[in-house]
Design a protein around this ligand. Structure first.
Ligand SMILES: [Zn+2]
Ligand SMILES: [Zn+2]
Length: 301
């Protein structure tokens, strides 16, 4: 292989050196993908490639996976699981229905004993697959819950919580209790303008309360996994990050309320570059926040 081609396929030109590509450098696999398997505490970790961050717990007799990205990415993760244990997936959770968290469910067919999700999340998953004509490509959750669901995988108690409408109307938080790891899905877009799915029942006001409830439910040692972050390394964090996400949403509503009162039009507000008092939230897509807040605030009056 020519050097340039080698560098390209090993990811050294286009980006950082990723765990998967260390194998490519060693000549073990010619990796086109650029995923990472990063260890957190004990047997837990995160998988990142494309879409919402996946959380995992993998040992010789217990496997938990939280979210599934897309089929190709899920395939990469499954390969990693199989290289570490002969145990199948005990539980696959979906934090919510969005495609970048659930399209990969199908790759777990016959490999995951069950898929667990909040009931609204499954309804949304079905609706969205139906409207896109992708029903045959979607594997739906087979266990649903309303407010909470608990199981034990090996010696690890695992609990799923639902705190009400926020990013959608079906966002859950999955807690690996021994390791004190909580995956909050897209309830946190860390320092990055969030997607707010009004069509699927999102509510910014309630999202703020949900973030407070999460801080009350867990503690300062809880390590949180976030669906998305501006800095790819910042997909995990602590209570302070939840507080900062809450602050972003509070400042968004405060700003919008004030400007609507001042008679500003939606078109004028869409020129906003950052939210006063929450300038640490950046990236593309501020208009999604502006439009959603506009919708939520003007629907009430
Ligand atoms: Zn997402
Ligand atoms: Zn989402």
């Amino acid at each position: 292989m020519k050097r340039r081609q080698f560098l390209k396929s090993s990811g050294l030109i286009s980006g950082g050196i990723y765990a998967s590509n260390i194998h490519a450098i060693a000549g073990i696999i010619a990796a086109k993908s650029e995923f990472t398997m990063k260890k957190l505490r004990g047997n837990t970790g995160i998988f990142t490639e494309k879409g919402g961050t996946i959380g995992w717990l993998i040992s010789s007799d217990q496997v938990v996976v939280i979210d599934a990205q897309f089929p190709e990415q899920a395939g990469h993760l499954i390969k990693q699981i199989k290289s570490r244990t002969s145990h199948p997936v005990d539980v696959l959770f979906n934090t919510h229905h969005h495609g970048d968290h659930t399209s990969g469910n199908i790759a777990f067919k016959g490999f995951a004993s069950k898929i667990v999700a909040q009931e609204n999340s499954r309804i949304n998953q079905m609706k969205s697959a139906k409207s896109r004509g992708t029903e045959s490509k979607q594997l739906y959750p087979d266990v649903i819950f309303q407010t909470s669901w608990k199981t034990k995988v090996g010696n690890e108690p695992v609990k799923a919580y639902y705190f009400g409408p926020a990013h959608t109307n079906g966002d859950s938080v999955i807690h690996l209790e021994n390791e004190n790891i909580a995956h909050v899905g897209d309830l946190v877009f860390n320092r990055r303008f969030p997607y707010i799915d009004m069509a699927a029942g999102a509510c910014i006001k309630n999202w703020i309360m949900v973030l407070e409830k999460i801080q009350q439910t867990f503690d300062k040692d809880t390590l949180f996994i976030f669906g998305h972050a501006l800095d790819p390394k910042a997909v995990t964090g602590n209570n302070e990050d939840l507080k900062a996400m809450g602050n972003y949403l509070i400042k968004l509503l405060t700003y919008m309320q004030k400007e609507i009162k001042n008679g500003k039009s939606l078109d004028e507000l869409l020129k906003t570059n950052s939210i006063p008092g929450a300038e640490d939230w950046k990236g593309n897509g501020i208009e999604r926040s502006i439009k959603s807040a506009w919708q939520e605030l003007t629907m009430e009056s």
